[in-house]
Design a protein around this ligand. Structure first.
Ligand code: ADP
Length: 274
């Protein structure tokens, strides 16, 4: 499967256009997608500030700045994500599971298994032949196996989260992280650095640790082709490749992977008014 960027429509607007907004308020980021007439992505934005911050307001401002469309011109606003119940501007809310499923089924209809790793949880969703959600499993109890684990480790290593992929690719002899808890793994990584392990080897070990936890989750539901990764951790090639090795299958992703929940919410908003 190819990585596809959705088409962004830039035609001049007229009064009979209908706009729907999907807004995904996560633990670490706020994402929004503005759809015109339920199909064209008119604008999309991501702000690294999640629930309980001004992230939701900022992401709506970013949508207005890109498209010239503000809340008053939006016919339906659907909120999703961890902070979805807090958004006063929303007309309704919907679970992230439903929104990721909807968004991915619409953009990549061949996908049957979704692996969504966000800032504080990981979910695996099985889709049916018509894109309907058949089953899911999730880990929302433990930070290990989520973006939070990667964020904490990047902090210890004084690396930007976006540098983990490059570092993991340079590994010669990846270390093994045996602790199953983020707090203990933090001490383990500090000990490994003190013992002289190379940073790329430590990063590869960190990515593999997240991958093996995720693989255990995926195996509870089973792998069915095509497998697609959504959520912010899909941007981390170190985790993606380690997960492909663990599962023995190709994992597709898109530059839009982190926006899938917001996209699905915007599609659901369109369905509400049609
Ligand atoms: P949430 O919806 O819970 O806020 P996201 O799906 O937005 O979560 O994912 C956030 C996670 O994505 C972060 O914890 C981080 O680990 C990861 N992430 C975000 N941006 C990048 C990037 N550029 N490269 C690698 N990982 C990233």
């Amino acid at each position: 499967m190819q990585s596809v960027r959705p088409q962004i429509s830039r035609e001049s607007d007229s009064d009979d256009m209908s706009y729907t907004l999907g807004i995904d308020i996560g633990s670490t980021t706020s994402k929004a997608v503005l759809l015109k007439d339920g199909s064209h992505i008119e604008a999309s934005a991501l702000v690294v500030a999640g629930t309980g911050t001004d992230g939701p307001a900022l992401v709506m401002e970013a949508i207005r700045a890109q498209s010239g469309i503000g809340r008053e011109e939006i016919d339906f606003c659907m909120a999703t994500g961890y902070g979805r119940l807090t958004l006063k501007a929303a007309d309704a809310e919907m679970s992230e599971l439903s929104c990721h499923g909807r968004g991915i089924a619409a953009m990549f209809p061949e996908v049957r298994t979704i692996i969504d790793i966000g800032g504080q949880d990981a979910k695996v969703i099985r889709l049916g032949d018509r894109g309907q959600m058949m089953n899911f499993v999730m880990n929302d109890k433990c930070a290990a196996g989520t973006g939070r684990f990667l964020d904490v480790m990047a902090g210890i290593l004084h690396l930007d989260i976006s540098d983990l992929e490059k570092q993991a690719a340079l590994a010669k002899k990846p270390v093994k992280i045996s602790s199953t808890c983020t707090v203990f793994a933090e001490s383990e990584v500090i000990s490994q650095l003190a013992a002289g392990e190379e940073i790329p080897d430590v990063v590869a070990g960190i990515c593999s640790s997240v991958a093996s936890r995720t693989a255990a989750l995926v195996k509870r539901i089973g792998v069915k082709d095509q497998v697609f990764m959504s959520g912010g951790v899909a941007k981390n090639g170190g985790v993606r490749l380690a997960l492909e090795r663990e599962l023995g299958c190709a994992i597709a992703f898109s530059p839009f992977s982190q926006m899938m929940g917001a996209y699905g919410a915007a599609l659901a908003a369109w369905q509400k008014i049609n």
